[in-house]
Write a protein that binds this ligand. Structure first.
Ligand code: ZN
Length: 445
């Protein structure tokens, strides 16, 4: 159980529940047994040598950097299965450091990808001794190397300038976005104390969220001017908002939603993934060997779950899906099918009743690579059904072997090189462009 990454507390519970187990086995004894096992595992080697041996023995791809005294200053590692998932689900990666994972207090950069089922997987982990531009540049170069020089299409980070800089250098063609969840968290940290009442604060926070959700550049300017005017007397607040403005193209919908980010810019995917990882790492005082060991167990558990879920979705689909879905069901993830079905219901409603869809802003197609209610309405009117070409390859349960995509560049992006549209995806039935629409459902038509 120690090897599988279980905490002494968990082992103690398991032993108590195991009828064969010794009921007097106290937690202390488990700690001692774990320490003995650790000493035995080192077998006279220094922890660093033992760590490198372990990575080699277990076939975990890694790159390391050492100082003059042969101490590790950076170490990036992954798992062969994580490498194949990374190449397969190469679209969106969230990168973020997590802390308090080891006794050296080295930050752990967690690179998280997302599967066709919209679940997370750990693409790679990197211990850093510092968080300078140079450290991140090394990490990103090695990450690219470990993944056979692939380029993600979208990278989501928090406002860690050193990491953003490294990504700009190593992955120049990837769209870079800022995680909105982190921005909101920072707004709370930096602005909340300026407000005396909860009502005032809530009012400001809503205004801030509306600003981030501005659908067009004009709307953003308008919302920003309103905010600056309404909160003029809160000087700390307006000056904090000003510090965010240079990054507007990285987190405001008007710019961000031009990118096929698959919904990742607004989620707290990294936080969720950190939590799961830390649950496995357990104590924050372990050495790197312990952390690597537990991370490996964590990754393998994740791989098993992902493979199981995909296998299950190949044979089980919601019974509500009719003939319109015949060519795509069992071939597209349940998550994507769910999003399409919402749009299908809207489309049917608009055809059967006098319910009118709002103007299409191509959101679902651009952001998720999926057909919206307008596209489905056209298809139904023409007596067509959905085909696999209508679904971004990210959501396919099985891929052809030639799955290679190059990002197309949109040079109008001030945020830099944001790829447009669903790559590798033919525009099948594109609805006419139009002004932003009213809100329809969680993802809108
Ligand atoms: Zn539409």
């Amino acid at each position: 159980m120690t090897k599988a990454g279980a905490l002494p507390r968990t082992i103690a519970v398991a032993l108590r529940e195991d009828p064969e187990g010794n009921p007097d086995f106290l937690r202390r004894n488990i700690y001692n047994a774990k320490r003995d096992l650790r000493v035995k595992n080192l077998a006279g080697r220094t922890p660093i040598v033992a760590l490198l041996d372990k990575l080699e023995e277990e076939g975990l791809p890694f790159r390391k950097r050492v100082d003059n005294e042969n101490r590790i200053t950076s170490l990036i590692f992954t798992h062969p299965q994580s490498v194949s998932f990374t190449k397969r689900f190469r679209n969106v990666f969230v990168m973020d450091c997590t802390y308090k994972t080891n006794k050296f207090e080295m930050p752990l950069l967690h690179i998280v990808g997302m599967t066709c089922c919209n679940t997370s997987f750990t693409s790679a982990l990197c211990f850093l001794s510092r968080e300078t531009r140079e450290d991140y540049l090394w990490a990103m170069c090695m990450y690219s190397e470990l993944m056979d020089y692939f380029t993600p299409l979208v990278i989501v980070t928090d406002r860690e300038l050193a990491l953003m800089h490294a990504n700009a250098k190593v992955f120049p063609t990837a769209a870079k976005l800022l995680c909105r969840w982190h921005i909101e968290k920072n707004v709370v940290t930096n602005c909340k104390s300026a407000f005396r009442t909860k009502e005032e604060w809530d009012g400001f926070f809503n205004t801030m969220q509306e600003l981030m959700k501005s659908l067009t550049e004009e709307k953003f300017e308008e919302n920003l001017a309103d905010l600056m005017r309404d909160y003029e007397r809160y000087e700390t607040v307006t000056s904090y908002v000003e510090t965010l403005l240079p990054y507007k193209t990285y987190f405001v919908s008007a710019w961000v939603d031009r990118v096929t980010h698959l919904g990742s810019s607004v989620s707290s995917r990294a936080e969720g993934a950190h939590k799961c990882l830390k649950g496995h790492i357990g104590v924050s005082t372990g050495n790197l060997l312990t952390v690597v060991d537990h991370s490996r167990a964590f990754m393998e558990e994740q791989h098993k779950e992902i493979i199981g879920k995909i296998a299950n979705e190949k044979v089980n689909v919601p019974p509500t899906l009719g003939a319109f879905f015949a060519d795509i069901k069992y071939k597209v993830s349940g998550f994507a099918l769910g999003l399409i079905e919402e749009q299908y219901i809207l489309a049917r409603r608009s055809l059967a009743t006098n319910f009118t869809l709002s103007t299409c802003r191509d959101y679902l197609k651009r952001v998720f690579g999926l057909p919206c209610a307008h596209a489905i309405t056209e298809a139904l009117a023409d007596d067509r059904v959905l085909t696999m070409h209508d679904i971004h390859k990210h959501w396919h349960l099985v891929l052809d072997e030639n799955y290679i995509e190059a990002p197309t560049l949109d040079t109008t992006q001030a945020g830099g090189n944001l790829p447009m549209g669903a790559p590798g995806h033919q525009r099948f039935y594109g609805p006419p462009p139009g002004p932003p629409s009213n809100y329809f459902g969680p993802y809108g038509p």
